[in-house]
Design a protein around this ligand. Structure first.
Ligand code: UT7
Length: 326
């Protein structure tokens, strides 16, 4: 019996911190509102000259180092991102070149905040199909570049960073037990960025209309996110004949502390079984789960044979879960 096992984790976030107090000076908001409504205290923001591949590269090196895998042993590099360095080439190809991962084929996945889970599931399926043995899976974002710092309903939420895992085909029962992925394009206009694609390329008009920033109907997204995350988590449990009490650690997309608490309540999980770092980083989209996974791993919150549930929701809409026997 072979499984896809995570053998190394890594992450990297910018040095620069944007606090709630800083935001108070930028838009009509208060520190108290942000903390009570979101759980976010601060977020990391890239400095000039730093790109999404800067952090992807550092996170990848950390994950490869922990895994004891050399870049030229990688068969595939998959990067979940909605904020690539440029429309083409992909961040994955930029990363392949930086790492000198000469044997890897590489591509990006655009699936909003579910980008890392989608990428992990693709890597798992490639390994199961026998088309690769080792893959690097990354979630990386510079959301600060597409955040409107005049819009108080979104700018308080987002941050920058990257997380990565190395997965390997390994003998035994430990590894990815299941992945469940979903999408619903009918809700696209609740969370989207209208400008910058081929439908609306950059122009003086598109810039004047602030079309190159994320737009979100936060309250509607919130309600659908809770429902979808619950559904994906419960499906993972049912599929594996497990109950909430069997889970050792829930690592959910870090979008809002109230969303994570609602999922934890639905699964009947006590606080010590729920990993949270939203207070430090805010919502980093596809980077949020791999950054949290790496922090949980390095803080020894995860032990061998633990059952780890990953759960994500994002633009598209996209959502899904992955259950892992560590
Ligand atoms: O990562 C992908 C998926 N994204 C998410 O899952 C995000 C989901 N949404 C959320 O996290 C929450 O909906 C928000 C944090 C964005 C907003 O919280 P909410 O509890 O849903 O607030 P709301 O949108 O219902 O707004 C309540 C009030 C409004 O004022 P009125 O109309 O009641 O007078 C807003 O204008 O809060 C106001 N408001 C703010 N007040 C102070 C909105 N943003 C702010 C702000 N500071 N930054």
């Amino acid at each position: 019996m072979y499984k896809t096992r995570i053998i190394g984790t890594g992450s990297s976030t910018p040095e620069k911190v944007l606090t709630n107090k800083d935001l108070e000076a930028m838009v009509d908001t208060t520190e108290e509102w942000i903390i009570t409504r979101t759980g976010i205290k601060e977020r990391r923001i890239a400095s000039d000259g730093e790109t999404v591949s800067t952090f992807a590269y550092r996170a990848a090196l950390n994950a490869l180092d922990m895994a004891g895998v050399a870049p030229n042993e990688l068969d595939i590099i998959i990067v979940g991102t909605i904020t690539p360095d440029m429309p083409t080439p992909s961040v994955a190809c930029i990363l392949q070149n930086k790492l000198k991962a000469t044997h890897a084929w590489a591509f990006d996945v655009s699936a909003g905040c579910t980008g890392f889970l989608y990428s992990l599931a693709i890597a798992d399926n490639c390994i199961k199909a026998g088309s690769c043995k080792k893959a690097l899976v990354v979630g990386t974002e510079l959301l600060s570049k597409i955040t409107d710092y005049q819009d108080r309903t979104t700018c308080i939420l987002f941050g920058d960073g990257a997380g990565a895992v190395v997965v390997s085909r390994e003998k035994g029962e430990r590894g990815i037990l299941s992945t469940h992925l979903y999408s619903d394009g009918s809700c696209a206009d609740l969370l989207y960025m209208p400008g910058g694609g081929s439908a609306c390329p950059a122009s003086h008009e598109s810039i004047a209309k602030r079309m190159h920033y994320l737009k979100m109907d936060g309250n509607k997204v919130f309600k659908i996110a809770v429902k979808s995350l619950e559904e994906a988590a419960l499906t993972a449990l049912r599929h594996n004949n497990l109950k909430g009490e069997d889970i050792d650690l829930l690592i959910s997309h870090q979008a809002n502390i109230r969303i994570i608490q609602a999922i934890a309540k639905r699964l009947d999980l006590p606080p010590e079984k729920v990993f949270m770092n939203i207070e430090k980083y805010g919502n980093t989209s596809s980077a949020s789960i791999p950054i949290a996974l790496d922090e949980a791993n390095r803080q020894h919150r995860i032990k061998k044979n633990d059952l780890i549930l990953l759960d994500a929701f994002g633009a598209g809409f996209t959502w899904g879960s992955a259950l892992i026997r560590w």
